[in-house]
Design a protein around this ligand. Structure first.
Ligand code: KIV
Length: 272
């Protein structure tokens, strides 16, 4: 198997910004290997994330915490081999960015050794110095707010964030601080749709949602949820697109179309 050379230009931070400006929704999915990555690339997914969700869907763990830099490098390299058009975004794993020096080393490795075009990290304004340092050194950053799975033990479980007005205000101000620090993209996980819509309209950078309603600039899901093969219960905000499709490629097409038309997420897949 090898990725077919694409005639389309590679997705960049500029094309993501242009999509926000034009009101064209950004389609994102996770992948962990070259074969699935090439199916996503061929079916018009804009951003492929090598998520630390691999600790759960590939390794079968209960959390993302045990995932290492070696794991991320291994899967990111594989995914990169399957891409020719989509942007490759890679998660910084738990405790791999506790200082500026460590963040630069690890994000640099993801770019130099695995071909990452953007790294994603969890956290609020406590991460602004890391985000500033990475972006100052030419490393694009996606900041991840709302439910932050790397903090699952601190927040007491996988639960919707920002339902209380004071929490919602806090998430909005954290998003503004991270944008100010240089974040190129914002990812919001499991927040009420109205809060995600407000953050999307207030930020100039693209906002990607997962469990954040359909008024974000784009959507992301875990690929194995989309294919209905994740162990356990599929999250409320996700959807099995394979069950009504004839093939994996058709399932990805159905997902991209549903995101681009705004049909996904529907109210049933949204938190209030
Ligand atoms: O790790 C991951 O796959 C993620 C997505 C759920 C956004 O962060």
């Amino acid at each position: 198997m090898s990725a077919q050379p694409s005639t389309q230009a590679r997705v960049t931070v500029n094309s993501l910004r242009d999509k926000k400006a034009a009101g064209d929704r950004i389609v994102c999915l996770t992948a962990y290997d070259a074969s699935f990555a090439s199916v996503l690339d061929a079916n018009d997914v804009d951003v492929v994330l090598v998520g630390d969700s691999l600790g759960m869907v590939i390794h079968g763990g209960d959390t993302t915490l045990p995932v290492t830099m070696d794991d991320m490098l291994y899967h990111a390299k594989a995914v990169n081999n399957g891409l020719s058009r989509a942007m490759l975004m890679v998660d910084m794993p738990f405790l791999s960015y506790t200082s500026v020096a460590m963040a630069l080393d690890n994000a640099g490795a993801l770019m130099k050794r695995a071909g990452a075009q953007m790294v994603k990290l969890e956290g609020g304004s406590d991460q602004c110095d890391i985000v500033s340092a990475l972006t100052a050194h030419g490393i694009p950053v996606c900041a991840h707010l709302g439910l932050q799975p790397q903090r699952v033990h601190k927040i007491g479980g996988y639960r919707v964030q920002g339902r209380e007005p004071s929490d919602a205000e806090h998430i909005l101000s954290e998003a503004q601080a991270l944008q100010q620090a240089g974040a190129d993209v914002m990812l919001l996980e499991c927040v009420p749709a109205a809060l995600a819509a407000k953050i999307t309209s207030e930020l100039t950078i693209p906002v990607i949602g997962i469990g954040a309603g359909n008024r974000c600039d784009g959507q992301i899901l875990v690929l194995y949820d989309v294919l209905g093969i994740s162990a356990g219960r599929i999250p409320k905000f996700s959807k099995n697109f394979l069950q009504d499709s004839g093939s994996i490629a058709d399932a990805i097409k159905a997902y991209t179309e549903a995101v681009r038309t705004g049909a996904f997420p529907a109210d049933t897949e949204t938190f209030t």
